[in-house]
Design a protein. Structure first.
Length: 100
């Protein structure tokens, strides 16, 4: 009878210790999962911010490239206009020299 009581007490004690150990492991796992989640959230936020900055830089570069293309087209038109005017003036000068 006494032996059965001691055995029962030992089983109860071990059961309580295991339950306590299990709770501690669960708490540690919960903290670990929370840390992983926070890290992932921080990484996602950082990734989003980086992508936003990158998109902004790309938009700026595209805008600058478009502006440069417009400037180039305008300069080409001006150059062609001046070239045409010079050709017309040159032809007039040749006509005047040939007429005299």
């Amino acid at each position: 009878c006494m032996r059965a009581e001691r055995l029962e007490e030992a089983i109860t004690r071990e059961s309580q210790q295991r339950e306590l150990g299990l709770r501690e492991v669960q708490e540690k796992l919960n903290k670990l999962f929370q840390a992983i989640s926070e890290e992932r959230s921080a990484r996602d936020v950082g990734h989003h911010q980086l992508m936003s900055r990158l998109e902004s830089v790309v938009a700026g570069v595209e805008s600058d490239r478009s502006m440069r293309a417009q400037e180039h087209a305008e300069m080409t038109r001006l150059y062609d206009t001046v070239k045409h005017q010079v050709s017309v003036e040159q032809a007039r000068n040749e006509e005047q020299w040939n007429w005299h």
